[in-house]
Design a protein around this ligand. Structure first.
Ligand code: FAD
Length: 513
């Protein structure tokens, strides 16, 4: 394998994992990050909030499993909390509060609550130990020429006590991986080199973070579980038709909560935040006993009210020089808990294609002593990557948008529950059909997202037909039986069909009399 200079723009979870994959293949890796080192306590966290707890599932875990690090997955999985399902919170007409657990998976598989910053730090710690990796924090990508393979970075002064003029540095590279988030600079420059289709949408929902504190009253008791005010092994949802409040557990016993709500409702409450506790009592019953009203108002006033963006674009690469990954390629709304998981899966998919094309080139003529041109193989790998990955990224973007309706409204609908129950029954009792819920395919498998949509639609059509048949068949057979055997029906019906016909005929007769 010919070693090359790979530069990664953005040291978020996706950029850091991409750097690890590249470094483990022996390349010289440089990581350029706009902000200062995340591990430095004075660094302002992303999105200016304390932390984001997120749902880590199979795709993200699988990408880390294949990163070539002995410690990564152990470190990450040691500090996650398994979540076996959703806990739906509500109020009965009698005024009584209730909790209803809906398991994610009939086979008992979990998703995991992970602290995004901790996961990111673990990756940076592992990279720091590698001799072929260099970090450049406080470096902001400002320009790139993908023909000459040079990029320009503004070097920001991290020492706030002595502000000086930012200087610019020029960096050459063989291959650039852009993992610089939803507002990606790499994507912006890439657009000048390829005919990129680009679509972005802000949904009319803002999000704000709140905190349920550890259960201090029962702290220091024998059971670690008692640190948590509500079940630690669920993703808690207070659904509302237009709004949603969720809570995800953290290791210290607290819960990171998020309020998702249309901007008009935010504006109304911003005008008079004293109404917040009664608004919560009306729409999210029980929350004010977990977060005291004063804290609720303080978090609402202090924490930012942030927008949610959904981005689709294609292709993701230019020649053999550059590719974009993670949110830079496909920022999505967070309702399927897949944004980071999909970004980490990008990395695994990309490197499996780079490896495949390299192996194919090497095996073409093993006796030829001429060195292989790595850029030719990479060009082919990147073309395949864009072709394969774009439909999948578009599919999960769509699923994430649809899942907002499921989380805030469908979880309460009988039709949704019936389909879930039927699909789970088929998955357990008729395994050879390969039946699975859409949620299971997305969260517990590594199936292509576009295949998940196709299979789920196919399953939906079959279920509809079966349900329609289950409804109409006895009715039709019964009516046929009625007109054949009554009045004056002399012949007794026999067999299953006959029994059904006779049964419905009897019903019709009773109904008429
Ligand atoms: P980012 O995390 O955005 O990192 C990009 C990095 O690039 C940053 O460090 C940034 O400073 C740097 N950068 C930016 N511009 C430049 C530049 N010009 N030069 C150099 N560096 C630059 N995902 C899940 O999988 N599960 C969840 O449950 C989940 N919940 C979420 C909840 C909310 C409320 C939100 C908003 C998102 C959620 N996500 C979730 C999505 C997840 O947070 C993102 O998909 C993930 O962080 C993307 O990682 P990334 O590395 O691609 O980008």
């Amino acid at each position: 394998m010919t070693k090359q200079k790979y530069i990664v723009v953005g040291a978020g979870p996706v950029g850091s994992l991409a750097a690890l994959y590249a470094a483990n293949r022996g390349h010289e890796v440089e990581i350029y990050e706009l902000r200062s080192d995340l591990r430095d306590p004075s660094t302002t966290p992303l999105n200016f909030t304390k932390s984001i707890n997120l749902a880590l599932s199979e795709r993200g875990i699988n990408a880390m499993r294949h990163a070539g690090s002995k410690t990564l997955l152990d470190h990450v999985m040691n500090s996650v909390i398994p979540m076996s399902g959703r806990m739906i919170h509500g109020k009965r007409p009698s005024g009584e509060l209730y909790e209803e657990s809906q398991t994610y998976d009939v086979h008992g598989r979990d998703i995991f609550a992970a602290d995004r910053a901790e996961l990111n730090k673990t990756l940076l710690d592992i990279l720091e130990e590698m001799p072929n990796v260099k970090f450049y924090f406080n470096h902001k990508l400002t320009g790139a020429d993908f023909k000459r393979r040079v990029a320009w970075f503004e070097v920001r002064n991290s020492d706030k006590s002595s502000p000086g003029r930012a200087k610019e540095v020029e960096v050459s590279f063989d291959f650039m991986m852009g993992a610089d988030g939803a507002h990606s600079s790499v994507r912006y420059h890439l657009m000048k080199y390829v005919r990129m289709d680009y679509q972005q949408e802000y949904i009319d929902t803002l999000w704000c973070e709140f905190q349920i504190n550890p259960n201090t009253k029962r702290h220091n008791t024998h059971s670690a579980l008692e640190r948590f005010a509500i079940s630690p092994n669920h993703l808690h949802i207070w659904p509302g038709k237009q709004f949603m409040f969720i809570a995800i557990p953290s290791e210290d016993g607290s819960f990171t909560c998020t309020l998702f709500m249309p901007s008009a409702n935010y504006a109304a409450l911003e005008a008079d935040s004293s109404k917040l506790p009664s608004f919560f009592d009306q729409h999210f019953p029980g929350v004010t006993s977990l977060i005291p009203p004063k804290e609720l108002i303080a978090s609402f006033e202090t924490n930012p009210h942030l927008p949610l963006i959904s981005i689709k674009c294609a292709p993701y690469h230019s020649g053999s020089a550059v590719v974009i990954l993670g949110d830079a390629a496909h920022a999505m709304v967070p309702f399927y808990g897949q944004g980071m998981n999909a970004g980490l899966e990008d990395v695994r998919t990309l490197f499996s294609l780079l490896d495949k094309h390299e192996a194919t080139a090497e095996s073409n003529d093993p006796s030829d002593p001429a060195p292989l041109d790595p850029s030719l193989q990479r060009r082919a790998a990147l073309a395949e990557y864009s072709a394969v990955r774009a439909p999948d990224a578009h599919a999960i973007n769509d699923l994430a948008l649809q899942n907002y309706v499921e989380m805030r409204a469908s979880v309460l609908s009988p039709a949704y529950r019936l389909r879930k129950a039927l699909e789970e029954w088929l998955s357990v009792y008729v395994p050879r059909l390969g039946w699975q819920t859409k949620y299971s395919r997305v969260s517990f498998s590594n199936e292509r997202y576009s295949d998940v949509i196709a299979r789920s639609e196919h399953q939906g059509k079959i279920l509809n037909r079966v349900l329609k048949a289950a409804f109409w068949t006895p009715l039709v057979l019964g009516l046929a039986g009625y007109y054949r055997y009554y009045p004056g029906g002399q012949r007794p019906a026999s067999g299953v069909v006959g029994n059904v016909m006779g049964y419905v005929a009897g019903l019709v007769r009773n109904f008429r009399s």
